[in-house]
Design a protein around this ligand. Sequence first.
Ligand code: NAD
Length: 331
Amino acid sequence: MKIAVFSTKPHDRRGLEAANAAGNHELYFHEARLRPHSSRLAENRDAVCVFVNDELSEESIADLAGYGVRFIALRCAGFNNVDLTAAAKYGLQVVRVPAYSPYSVAEHAVALILTLNRRVHKAYNRVREGNFELRGLEGFDLHGKTVGVVGTGNIGKVFCRIMNGFGCRVLAFDPFPNPDCEALGVEYVALEELLGQSDIVSLHCPLSPQTHHLINANSLEQMKQGAMLVNTSRGGLVDTPALIGALKSGRIGGLALDVYEEEADLFFEDLSGEIIDDDLLMRLTTFPNVLITSHQAFFTHEALREIAETTLRNLTDLENGRSCPNQVVAV
Ligand code: NAD
């Protein structure tokens, strides 16, 4: 199969070439993001292979169909960037990698919590400059704290296990409670109760029309004063202006983000020499209690290998007319 790979970074190329060592597919790598004006790069290809910030809108999908593309392979779990109804309308099949390494994302969420709480990022810089003072570095014990987990699927479950290991009380909200979490002692409660009781709230649900801005001015008001919010899921789950308000009022005592609603034109690029025209993101970076990483939670050796192998296996299934367990369809 001829596959146009969009948003290619060196690690994507390495991983996909290794997974394609037998040469079953022809891979055409493009650094460009897939958007309506770049879809022509997929002319005469059977499939496009895309990532989190490629735009699979109806316009892009109609173009792709016109160029002969039949398959869309996401090399990620979330599929909020694909118009599934349009894909069905134009006869394109969509596959994803639902569970490449839940540990990668759950562990990154924990890394953010520990770093932000114990100010490791600040201590690192201080010590390098010969400043050995402790002032401002005080944190809190995780042991005994209440952690609220929104979404207990693959990643949320691993995150619950880790927080349980720290000796935290774990509350969860999910329309479909996970028996593995219940067995662990995780208590399922209504979202409002979770927000009101948790010292740390971590988001692990997908972005959908139902979850868009799940964290907004109203839900932030329901949070415990000074609680920490962690988002390693999708930026659109939170309303950024409302977050800034909650940081200014002290309602949110710590904020850790690996994703940002307007990340598409920023994340994964070196813009250190540029003027960044995003006043909300820039405002967030000025708070001393905000820690931001640029969508790197998935970025482990194990996850990259699994993503590449599953992506090509998904496409091989579709090419051979086999049913693929990782196909996603509009509901
Ligand atoms: P999953 O499908 O296994 O689990 C999602 C869970 O969320 C399910 O249990 C579902 O019932 C629940 N859910 C759905 N709607 C909900 C709602 N309104 N409130 C609460 N829970 C709800 O998915 P996963 O593999 O655990 O991944 C979760 C999300 O993490 C993905 O959708 C993706 O957006 C994000 N993700 C981020 C990265 C990263 O690098 N930052 C990497 C992978 C995945």
